[in-house]
Design a protein around this ligand. Structure first.
Ligand code: FE2
Length: 302
């Protein structure tokens, strides 16, 4: 599967169809000394903020070890046994085995299995407090969709997931409120292991580009979740290029401890190349901001 980055080298951007995007890269900041007001401005206007050396490395190592141990317990499970559990009449059993198969262990499951929580990452580092201070009009709440993810390169590895093309999380999870994903890799990534690529575009601008409509449009046959609330066809390579957005794609390299904060309306994809030989484990530590008012219709752009 080619990433948008691979396609970008093959196809030049066409003339911009819509030229009113505010310009600028993803802020790439050292976490020490960050101001909540600057964080708020940056994530709303650029869609993402890199926070270098934000997370406590010891905590990340412990969570990585706990996840490795959890998955190792299932590594030798025959495929037939997986299928039997996935077809169980017990919804809880199906849910657990689906999480393991997709390598998406939700925090609720991680807590039960290990006594630990992914939220330790953002509470201990002060990222939770940063969200509270940056968005004082809102409570900060743990998301129901907080999970790990294990992504491998082109080789298919058991209990690892595949790279994902450009999307926004709101098209799958929820679009009623703003949510911030403190995306935290537990391995160095972006060079030898799959990383992440993002389009630096503000929350309202992205919603405007994707024509966010809370009542939704007619569902297309392949639509899942809330995809019909957005013009998801505009996430494909050709319209992104025609809109002048491909040239903006940012592909950071991550060291352990770096955290990329982005929203549920930020366009992002797995960054992967054929040369990547290592897998990557990451945790998506999401907080919801129900008191932040989303404008309908979105008014980004001009
Ligand atoms: Fe995502």
């Amino acid at each position: 599967m080619l990433s948008i980055w691979g396609r970008r080298r093959a196809a030049q951007d066409g003339p911009p169809i819509w030229t009113s995007y505010s310009d600028g890269p993803v802020p790439d900041w050292d976490y020490a000394g960050i101001r909540p007001e600057a964080f708020r401005e940056a994530i709303l206007r650029r869609g993402a903020v890199m926070l270098r050396k934000a997370a406590d490395k010891e905590t990340l190592l412990e969570i990585k070890a706990a996840l490795d141990a959890l998955f190792n317990d299932y590594a030798a499970t025959p495929a037939g046994e997986f299928e039997r559990h996935l077809e169980s009449n017990d919804p809880g059993e199906r849910d657990l085995w689906e999480q393991i198969k997709r390598s998406h262990i939700f925090d609720r499951t991680f807590k039960l299995a290990t006594g630990r929580s992914y939220y330790e990452i953002i509470r201990k580092s002060g990222l939770w407090a940063l969200a509270e201070q940056a968005f004082p009009e809102s409570a900060v709440a743990e998301s129901q969709v907080c999970n790990c993810r294990r992504v491998s390169d082109a080789d298919i590895r058991p209990l690892f997931d595949r790279p994902i093309e450009f999307h926004i999380d709101a098209q799958v999870f929820y679009d009623h409120c703003l949510s911030v994903n403190f995306w935290t890799p537990l391995d160095p990534c972006g060079v030898d292991a799959p990383g992440l690529e993002v389009i630096p575009l503000g929350v309202d601008e992205t919603r405007k580009y994707l024509e966010h409509k809370q009542m939704g449009y007619s569902r297309r046959p392949a639509d899942i979740g809330l995809m019909h609330h957005f013009r998801c066809a505009k996430l494909e390579a050709a319209p992104l290029a025609e809109s002048g957005l491909v040239s903006r794609v940012w592909v950071p390299e991550f060291e352990v401890g770096d955290v990329l904060a982005f929203t549920n309306f930020t366009m992002h994809a797995t960054h992967h190349t054929a040369a990547m030989s290592q897998p990557r484990v990451s945790v998506e530590v999401r907080v919801d901001l129900p008191g932040y008012r989303l404008r309908f219709p979105p008014s980004g752009g001009a």
